[in-house]
Design a protein around this ligand. Structure first.
Ligand code: FMN
Ligand code: 173
Length: 395
């Protein structure tokens, strides 16, 4: 993706004399607005909403607003390179697609469209345990493109072990264990709309095709979907887990294990002690605990603990190129993009997700150069204004 920003800008401006009648939005706000127009209340608020009074969602955005970049001049930024190395793989940019379940409520092609968009762009795709279609179908659609599997750690250990086996067998190259969702949060929009997609059999593609899951049912999910959904609600999450259980995951996979949902520096310390291969600083896009710190604000202390021993990624609030730069400046090695991709999916399926990703990457490339950097690896906290922030947090 060398100088991709200039190429995308040129491509867009070159339609000036011959406008494209099917033009898609550019800004995050416009994508969200158009998604609102095409989705019913239930699905739209399921995606757009957060936990409680949405204070965490606002804190995520505010954290990016509060940090300020100070660009550097005259540093030859003619040839830029966005590539990064993560867990021994080289990726074209530090951007990954966040794991998002139940995409059938957003677009009929769901995960197959978003996964193909990722494959086309070379952007790693993190498939959710709660995908509408089984992980093998996503893998097939992506051919040999980079993909990780996000595990919802089931209360049924046979299901967990089976998911790990299936992910390895279908070519996923890392396991992302999401720790912040052992149960669904108090989500006011969904309660108001009386909307929970799983209860109507959406987002259970991996479970209903799983031999370990089906072995626990008297009748197959096809014969008795209600009983299968009931069993799913019992085993989906496990609030009883502790750090000592991490060994179960490590014993059941040869893939690198990343923990998603780490916010506290003491949990970062535990992640190191328990020998995981990476962490993702995240508050789940403000969908789990209302009133937490913005995820960006949790990064410096976490990175201080980790000291580059394992990669730290982050998500929750990434909307534009400059957000990516701020996250990298505070120690992240990569970032996950969530809702923006889903608004792209709602508005225009695979093409929509591709354009959302392409535009964030293009914006990142241009903003990187204009800030005085040729590669994302060169970014550090010196690009940030240190006034009015807790300087001691930034190392
Ligand atoms: C509709 C929706 C479904 C999600 N499903 C999952 C999931 O299945 N697994 C998971 O680990 N995170 C899930 N997330 C959280 C995302 O992976 C990510 O942490 C979050 O969206 C990042 O914040 P952002 O939307 O502000 O970019 C979901 C988020 C949304 C919006
Ligand atoms: O809605 C979510 O945020 C989420 O993570 C989830 C949880 C279970 C199934 C699907 C998505």
């Amino acid at each position: 993706m060398k100088n991709i920003g200039n190429k995308v800008q040129y491509q867009i401006y070159s339609t000036m004399t011959n406008p494209d009648p099917n033009r898609l939005p550019i800004s995050y706000e416009e994508w969200e607005k158009q998604a609102r127009e095409v989705l019913e209340d239930g699905p739209f608020y399921y995606v757009a909403g957060g936990a409680g009074g949405e204070r965490t969602m606002r804190a995520n955005v505010a954290a990016f607003e509060q940090r300020k970049l100070i660009p550097r001049m005259l540093r030859n930024v003619e040839e830029r390179d966005l590539s990064v190395e993560l867990l021994g793989y080289t990726f074209p940019s530090p951007i990954l697609q966040a794991p998002i379940g139940v995409q059938s409520i957003i677009h009929p092609e769901g995960e197959l469209a978003s996964a193909k968009a990722s494959a086309e762009m070379g952007i790693p795709y993190i498939a959710s345990s709660a995908s509408s279609v089984p992980m093998e179908k996503i893998a097939e659609a992506m051919e040999d493109a980079a993909r990780w599997f996000q595990l919802y750690w089931s209360k049924d250990p046979d299901v967990t072990a089976s998911f790990l086996r299936r992910a390895e067998a279908s070519g996923y190259s890392a396991i992302v264990v999401t720790l912040d969702t052992p149960m669904m949060a108090w989500r006011e929009d969904d309660l108001k709309n009386v909307y929970l997609p799983f209860l109507i059999g959406e987002g259970v593609g991996n479970y209903f095709t799983d031999p370990a899951f089906n072995a626990k049912l008297e009748k197959s999910p096809k014969e008795d979907p209600t009983a299968a959904i009931m069993y799913w609600t019992q085993i989906f999450g496990n609030p009883g887990l502790t750090w000592d259980d991490i060994s179960f995951i490590q014993e059941h996979t040869n893939l690198p294990v990343l923990l998603k949902g780490i916010m506290h520096p003491d949990d970062a310390k535990l992640a190191l002690e328990y020998g995981v291969n990476g962490i993702i600083v995240s508050n789940h896009g403000g969908r789990q605990v209302d009133g937490t710190q913005g995820a960006l604000d949790a990064l410096p202390k976490v990175c201080n603990v980790i000291q580059d021993r394992i990669p730290v990624l982050m998500d929750s609030g990434i909307r534009r190129g400059s957000d990516v730069i701020k996250a990298l400046a505070l120690g992240a090695k990569g970032v996950l993009v969530g809702r923006p991709c889903m608004y792209g999916l709602a508005v225009a399926g695979q093409r929509g997700v591709m354009e959302v990703l392409r535009n964030i990457v293009a914006d990142l490339d241009i903003t990187l150069g204009l800030s005085g950097y040729r590669t994302v690896r060169d970014i550090d906290h010196s690009v940030l204004d240190q006034t009015n922030v807790e300087v001691e947090q930034i190392k």
